[in-house]
Write a protein that binds this ligand. Structure first.
Ligand code: MG
Length: 461
């Protein structure tokens, strides 16, 4: 009886705390991790017990998308809740920002961190940024109180004489972290160059844990964007040779280990009941790198393309006090995190611009049917494909990095039923002109109010 009373009081105390304070949010974002790379998404040899456990305790989404199939626009869309054709963070000249790019995320854009600052959140960006390396574009000028990470991809600033493309296709022991003169930045200062990438995954997790512990009194938002498993692949000594899947598996197992440490910290600090942790990735696997790249599982193609393998990602939502556990087959997008977090934190959605994110909170909290019905698949500033419900129409198809075919414009779009045919193998356009008509109408509506942002990626120094 006494135990029963104590448990009741404990439950009451936690519920009161939760009422006082909006939830904490932690986004763990991998780089170039494919739909088929986690144990819980069917990988037969990569061991991801912590992510698997998160999925069992939380929600596993099977139709969750990024807004672009490469790093810079995918990250910009996640943080702003907007298609990058609106913000100018995608281009037909260069697909991502480079170390000599002139620009970055425009100051007028509003990030999730800026939204959550309005509700008193402490905010940290840990890991790869890739939205502009100059000081005015860094996370600390985009709503984050704290930044620790690299400003662009871990393969940039290469200072090895080996031919780039060949280098990666071999699992070559000669690949060293010193071959990449990538800076590691704390807030706005370079603290290490080249960044030691052998220990970087471990250090990112440690930084996230320290930030959580130091900021647990107020609500917090941690955006932990690992720069791996984007090539070049590196692990700390403890993980080298650990996975049956080789070096790529080692890298994922180290990321998974860090996820487990973060979850343990949230539990130990009494924060688990009021925190939502999301794990997903910025785009699909970089397939030309063979075993150094990941797997899109049953999905077609990978990074760089608008086939499903480029833009559909694993997405796990964990939060034992908030998330209703289950398998979610509704459509979601990384852009929805902007809107969902804002709503949960009680912050108004900006009204002076189009926000593409939708509020997933009813699905997350109660497994109510999701609001999102469509996905726009952009490559640069061109709309290549649209998903509406179960159906996806490709107006333009193109592979990436020399694989999966040249650019082709389809007068009659290719049409796939993604619920029956997630691998996009069987074109059913001839059978369903009425669906193509419906998708065309959606495209016309979308284009009718589209104002394209000034291209921020085109200029280099
Ligand atoms: Mg990427």
């Amino acid at each position: 009886m006494l135990l029963f009373l104590c448990l009741c009081q404990l439950h009451f105390a936690v519920a009161q705390d939760n009422e006082k304070q909006p939830p904490n949010f932690v986004i763990i974002f991998a780089d170039d991790l494919g739909y088929g790379d986690l144990g819980v998404y069917g990988n037969p040899t990569i061991a991801t017990p912590n992510l698997d456990q998160m999925a069992y305790e939380g929600q596993k989404w099977t139709n969750f998308y990024v807004a672009a199939s490469v790093c810079t626009p995918s990250r910009a869309a996640l943080l702003t809740g907007r298609l990058t054709v609106r913000s100018g963070m995608s281009s037909n000249k260069y697909r991502v920002l480079f170390p000599d790019s002139k620009n970055g995320l425009p100051a007028a854009e509003i990030t999730i961190a800026e939204q959550l600052k309005q509700a008193g959140y402490s905010t940290a960006c840990i890991g790869k940024w890739h939205l502009g390396h100059k000081e005015q574009y860094l996370p600390t000028n985009n709503g984050f109180d704290y930044y620790f990470g690299i400003p662009y991809s871990n393969d940039m600033d290469m200072i090895s004489e080996m031919p780039y493309w060949k280098y990666w296709q071999q699992e070559d022991e000669a690949i060293k972290t010193e071959h990449f003169n990538v800076p590691l930045i704390r807030n706005t200062e370079i603290i290490e160059r080249p960044a030691n990438q052998n220990t970087i995954t471990k250090r990112y997790a440690e930084e996230a844990i320290t930030f959580i512990k130091e900021n647990k009194a107020a609500p917090f938002f941690v955006y932990l964007a690992h720069n791996l498993p984007h090539i070049p692949l590196f692990t700390s000594k403890e993980f080298k040779g650990k996975s049956k899947r080789g070096l790529y598996g080692d890298v994922l197992e180290e990321i998974d280990h860090g996820v487990g440490k973060i979850i343990s910290t949230l539990k130990e600090e009494g924060l688990a009941d009021n925190t939502i942790v999301i794990f997903t990735s910025d785009n699909g696997p970089w397939l030309p790198f063979k075993n150094n790249g990941g797997s899109a599982g049953l999905l077609r193609a990978g990074k760089g393309s608008t086939w499903e393998g480029g833009m559909r990602e694993p997405a796990i939502f964990w939060g034992p006090g908030l998330i209703a556990p289950g398998l979610i087959t509704d459509i979601g997008s990384t852009m929805d995190l902007f809107t969902t977090f804002s709503k949960m934190a009680g912050v108004d959605i900006p009204r002076d611009r189009i926000i593409d994110g939708q509020d997933l909170s009813a699905t997350l909290l109660n497994k109510a049917p999701g609001p999102r019905k469509s996905i726009f698949y952009y490559r640069g500033t061109e709309l290549y494909a649209v998903r509406l419900g179960d159906y996806k129409a490709h107006f333009i198809t193109q592979g990436a990095y020399g694989q999966f075919g040249e650019k082709e414009v389809h007068e009659i779009p290719l049409l796939y039923n993604l619920s029956h045919d997630a691998g996009e193998q069987f074109n059913i356009a001839k059978k369903h002109p009425e669906i193509i008509k419906e998708i065309n109408e959606l495209v016309a509506l979308h284009k009718s109010n589209l104002v394209m942002g000034k291209d921020q990626l085109a200029e280099r120094e």
